[in-house]
Design a protein around this ligand. Structure first.
Ligand SMILES: Cc1cc2nc3c(=O)[nH]c(=O)nc-3n(C[C@H](O)[C@H](O)[C@H](O)COP(=O)(O)OP(=O)(O)OC[C@H]3O[C@@H](n4cnc5c(N)ncnc54)[C@H](O)[C@@H]3O)c2cc1C
Length: 312
């Protein structure tokens, strides 16, 4: 464990992206601090799927297993803390945490993830992660062949998701929550035998997060036992704004092939840099890539003069 608050790398965010970056940097013997608010995007779900060798693991178990591995590496330090601001001071970054502590590092990896806003439907949050999910690749298999709903305020996204979800169930109802479908989308759904309901959702019926039915403002009710909700996503933290990192059109932090952002010394990985239906394994892979980028740049910077380019 490091004994002072100066590090070679500070990783902000300890979901799969940040944890995986920490593992690679610990193994590269880099003095690294991992700061985590401990609110990963999938915290509402009971089980995570699709991560090879960890299919069906709970989010808490996944985290504990990762921390157990990280504890083996003496140059790593972990803190449950939230970074509230960051600024560049010469060739170092100064981070201030909610606890009042300060940290300084030569490189930063932003692995802060995304925050979701669900459609404004009463009680929706209590079903999210239990019977209504965000992505068919994560939870579609467990809902296979059941009567499902796709809930979205965006008719195009709803129709597109219904098409995707058809691989897991042919009984999918598109619910646009009071938003009208275009004539083209209506005929697409009719032509493909996908039912739809444009009326606003009045309530979700069920117990302890297990959906049983959906009630609509037009007085109808339909039995549904699960489905996909399309949320809006935004960056979970604002540190990239303070640092001046460029964003992609989709709102992800723009990165190159080594996860470097547009600001020298700042790297980004995981959902924060992807902003698309992401997965634990993809976030972890990006964390590894960012850590290798950090280690390569630190190594490169420590040799003078720089290694000559190979020439034939
Ligand atoms: C309901 C649901 C179910 C899902 N199920 C699956 C599944 O089964 N399989 C799958 O592969 N994927 C699943 N996902 C997707 C998966 O959760 C994400 O892709 C993954 O968590 C992204 O990892 P990440 O490390 O980028 O971000 P996150 O896991 O979101 O972690 C980000 C971390 O950064 C911390 N943080 C943010 N800001 C700060 C700050 N300023 N200071 C310190 N810490 C900060 C947060 O507290 C959090 O711990 C699911 C998502 C949802 C919503």
């Amino acid at each position: 464990m490091s004994t002072n608050d100066e590090f070679e790398c500070a990783i902000v965010g300890g979901g799969p992206a940040g944890l995986s970056a920490a593992l690679v940097l610990g193994r590269a013997r880099r003095r690294t601090i991992l700061l985590d608010g401990e609110k990963p995007r999938n915290r509402v779900t009971k089980h995570s799927h699709g991560y090879l060798t960890r299919d069906g693991v709970t989010p808490a178990e996944f985290r504990e297993l990762a921390h157990e591995e990280l504890r083996k590496y003496p140059t790593l330090e972990y803190r449950h803390d939230i970074v509230v601001s960051v600024r560049k001071d010469g060739d170092r970054f100064c981070l201030s945490a909610k606890s009042g502590r300060g940290f300084s590092a030569r490189k930063i990896i932003l692995a802060t993830g995304l925050a979701e806003t669900l459609p404004g439907i009463p009680e929706l949050a209590s079903y999210y992660g239990k019977s209504l999910f965000s992505c068919p690749y994560c939870d579609g298999y467990e809902m296979r062949d059941r009567p499902l709903a796709v809930i979205s305020d965006d008719p195009y996204k709803a129709a597109h998701m219904a098409q995707t979800l058809s691989q897991w169930s042919r009984d999918v109802l598109v619910c646009t929550n009071g938003h009208g479908l275009s004539p083209d989308l209506r005929s697409f759904l009719r032509d493909n035998d996908i039912p739809y309901q444009e009326s606003a959702i009045l309530s979700l019926e069920g117990e302890k997060g297990d959906l049983q039915a959906i009630r609509f403002a037009d007085g109808t009710e339909t039995a549904r036992t699960g489905g996909i909700v399309i949320a809006d996503w935004a960056q979970a933290a604002n540190l990239h704004l303070e640092l001046g990192c460029k964003l992609t059109e989709a709102g992800g932090i723009e990165t190159d092939e080594a996860c470097r952002t547009s600001v020298e010394g700042v790297f980004a990985a995981g959902d924060a840099a992807i902003v698309a239906p992401a997965q634990l394994i993809v976030a972890a892979a990006e964390g590894s890539r960012a850590a290798i980028g950090v280690n390569s740049d630190l190594t490169h910077e420590s040799f003078h003069p720089p290694i000559p380019h190979f020439s034939k």
